[in-house]
Design a protein around this ligand. Structure first.
Ligand code: SF4
Length: 378
């Protein structure tokens, strides 16, 4: 999540609102943070808060209006973004109207302990459901895609259903992607309830790291995960849900990709899409990088073989989060620009590269590792 910082005045509690740089209708003011406004104080009182990029000197004249000033990075904000501002001057950007990679962060809690998990867990975290229920109606109705993620979103139980229903109501044109380890769907009753929500366009993205329990559970850091995940996938399919299988390619999985692909084809021919993903080297993946990192020229032949196997059998495949110059050109057609804008970086070497416009670039957290492998294409 993109976070900006400034100096707070009169911000007594956190608040959530849409960003606008220009005056909005009076009835929309209470849901709007106005940015760098020169409106008189009398009019600013109609707004949820005011954010200034410059430092306000002396008496701001803001009276009781919540203000955050001297905020660095406001140029990254657009009209229609949704931000949460805090009494300490922090501004979390929860939704970016220009991004294709927006998400609802359901919970950081998880019932697995994946060896490469990029998400820190906060065991003391309070429910985020109320915040998310306020966030969803502020999101643009033109949003094409929205991910529901965590942690493990199904740990929110039926709160997850509430979020999906609110998305269905307010964002009727938006495709949802639920990123889950799939274990909870081994409960047939839960899957039946989930399916009864009848969201018209939701895909469930589920990881698979082996064709057997020993290998999958070792990566997921949780005994029993494989059996529950496979049962969950089958239950979801039995209700006609759209399923995407996701496999992160690293040292513990790269030479098993063909077996995993064969398992998917033989047992889950119904899945809509299979994604092979590059490693995000942050948090637990950073701590375990010695165990996880595999040289690109070592994993690419396995990736190529697996993609070839699946494509020949009519399955849809993509590559996420791997720069084009690490792949042979005949795999470029599968590579997607998949990294969220706020954590997507290119190296200085990329300036001279002719395919930069089509390339996913790298996670900002891993650029130090990827840098030495980059070969700009001329
Ligand atoms: S050099 Fe940079 S832009 Fe070009 S393919 Fe590699 S990572 Fe992508």
């Amino acid at each position: 999540m993109l976070t900006l910082y400034g100096i707070p005045i009169n911000v007594k509690e956190s608040l959530l609102a849409k960003v606008s740089r220009s005056e909005v209708k009076k009835e929309e003011g209470s849901q709007t943070v106005i940015l760098d406004s020169s409106l008189p104080v009398k009019k600013l009182k109609d707004y949820a808060a005011v954010v200034f990029s410059q430092r306000l000197e002396g008496n701001s004249g803001a009276n009781e209006i919540p203000v955050i000033h001297h905020v660095q990075g406001t140029e990254s904000l657009s009209d229609g973004d949704v931000i949460e501002i805090f009494p300490d001057g922090r501004i979390n950007v929860l939704y970016q109207i220009k991004s294709r990679h927006n998400l609802i962060f359901v919970t950081s809690k998880c019932d697995c302990h994946c060896i490469m998990c990029p998400q820190p867990v906060d065991e003391n975290e309070e429910s985020l459901t109320d915040l998310n229920l306020k966030l969803i109606p502020l999101i643009s109705k033109e949003t094409q895609e929205l991910a529901l993620t965590g942690g493990e979103p199904t740990l929110a139980g039926e709160d997850l259903f509430r979020l999906i229903l609110v998305c269905k109501d307010f964002l009727s044109k938006t495709s949802l992607l639920l990123l889950t380890n799939g274990r909870k769907f081994s409960d047939f009753g839960y899957t039946r309830l989930f399916s009864s929500l009848r969201h018209p366009d939701i895909t469930i993205g589920i990881p698979l790291y082996g064709d057997n329990d020993l290998e999958h559970d070792a990566v997921m850091g949780s005994k029993g995960a494989f059996n529950e995940t496979v049962m969950g996938i089958i239950n979801l399919a039995s209700f006609g849900n759209q399923i995407e299988i996701r496999t992160v390619v690293h040292n513990l999985t790269y030479n098993k990709l063909l077996r995993i692909s064969d398992f998917i084809y033989r047992n889950m021919t119904f899945v809509r899409h299979i994604a092979f993903m590059g490693l995000e080297v942050i948090d637990r993946a950073r701590k375990n990088v010695g165990l996880l990192w595999v040289e690109p020229d070592k994993f690419v032949p396995y990736l190529e073989e697996s993609i070839h196997y699946l494509i020949q059998r009519g399955m849809k495949v993509s590559i996420y989060n791997i720069p084009l110059c690490l792949l042979p050109d005949y795999l470029w057609g599968f590579a997607q620009k998949s990294i969220s804008d706020w954590k997507n970086l290119f190296d200085t070497k990329c300036i001279e590269c002719s395919v930069k416009g089509k390339c996913s670039g790298m996670f900002d957290s891993g650029i130090d590792i990827y840098r030495k492998y980059l070969k700009p294409i001329h």
